[in-house]
Design a protein around this ligand. Structure first.
Ligand code: ASP
Length: 322
């Protein structure tokens, strides 16, 4: 069924317009599914078909959507640009229509062009889950990051509303310019009451980032850290730099999250990273492996949240047992 916007109900294309009530419903569904016994969970999407359409490489996002779908009993098929007619130049539209004709009921899409999930959702009429589109959005990442923060701060059982993250400051540091993760988090977290500080050099964090609204730019990493309960580190996206030169030694000196800095300015902060992380560049290996790091928890929450997104896409919520 299509909504007024023309996209199938259950699509998740962007966090823009994702209301706090809807976020709360998704996280409640995540909890319900996570608590189910494996056998019961395997019935939720039994016989349903999910296509994973990946035009960019991915480890965590692809695997977690796939394992989540399988744990719910769905059949999955992976179509990637390396091994399909995409390589022969087939358009996104024709690939989508082919998958629909083959019985796909939901498509998880990663694509290098911002907005591609909207095109796919409109042309196929199927629910589409955006698994990252260019430099635009990564909504499931923002939701799994939110669940990780709530769990680490002991807020998971509180009702998710506009105030749940009041008093919490989150610094997002690194290559903000090219990061769909930063964009999705910077839009979502302030809606739940968090203060978001963006940190990085002007080449990777242009002043225009202020237009995201509800965020502050703090150029000095130590100053941002000193205010933060959560710090999200981002890698430099070499594949999107397009000629931009970064002095890496200088960058590491000013923006690497290392033990010394963490101890001095944020000894209790939760450390996050969406991956892939480049140890020794934006983050020191010791920090990634420290008790402050929630990086592996992010991956586990990703599995749970993506299960909920698949169920939201394919089942009317009231039909999922409590
Ligand atoms: N895995 C994240 C993404 O797909 C972050 C990254 O690639 O650096 O956007």
């Amino acid at each position: 069924m299509r909504t007024d916007s023309g996209y199938a109900r259950g699509s998740l294309l962007t966090v823009d317009g994702l209301g706090v009530d809807e976020v709360a419903r998704i996280l409640e569904l995540t909890d319900r599914l996570a608590e189910m016994a494996a056998a019961e969970r395997a019935k939720v999407l039994a016989g349903r078909r999910v296509a994973l359409l990946f035009y960019e490489s991915s480890t965590r996002t692809r695997t977690s959507f796939e394992l989540a779908a399988k744990s719910l009993g769905a059949t999955t098929t992976l179509v990637s640009d390396k091994s399909s007619s995409i390589e022969k130049g087939e358009s996104l539209k024709d690939t989508g229509l082919t998958l629909r004709a083959l019985g796909a009921e939901c498509i998880v899409l990663r694509h290098p062009a911002g907005g591609a999930p909207f095109v796919l959702a409109r042309t196929t009429g199927l629910p589409v889950l955006n698994a990252g589109d260019g430099m635009h959005q990564h909504p499931s990442q923002a939701l799994l990051d939110l669940r990780t923060i709530l769990a680490r701060l002991g807020l998971k059982d509180k009702s998710v509303d506009e105030h749940v993250l009041e008093g919490v400051t989150v610094t997002i540091c690194g290559d903000i310019r090219h990061s769909r993760v930063a964009r999705s988090n910077a839009m979502l977290l302030p809606r739940l009451g968090a203060k978001v500080l963006l940190c990085g050099p002007p080449e990777l964090l242009p002043e225009e980032a202020r237009s995201l609204g509800g965020v502050e730019i703090v150029r000095e990493f130590d100053a941002a850290l000193a205010q933060s309960q959560v710090v999200m580190m981002l890698r430099i996206q070499r594949e999107r730099l397009a000629g931009l030169e970064i002095d890496l030694a200088d960058y590491v000196g000013r923006y690497q999250l290392n033990e010394e800095r963490l101890r001095a300015y944020a000894p209790k902060a939760i450390v996050m990273h969406p991956g892939p992380m480049i140890r020794g560049l934006e983050i020191q290996g010791e920090v990634a492996d420290s008790p402050q790091s929630a990086i592996e928890e992010q991956v586990s929450h990703g599995l749970d949240v993506r299960a909920a997104l698949l169920v939201r896409a394919l089942v009317r919520e009231r039909r999922v047992a409590a």
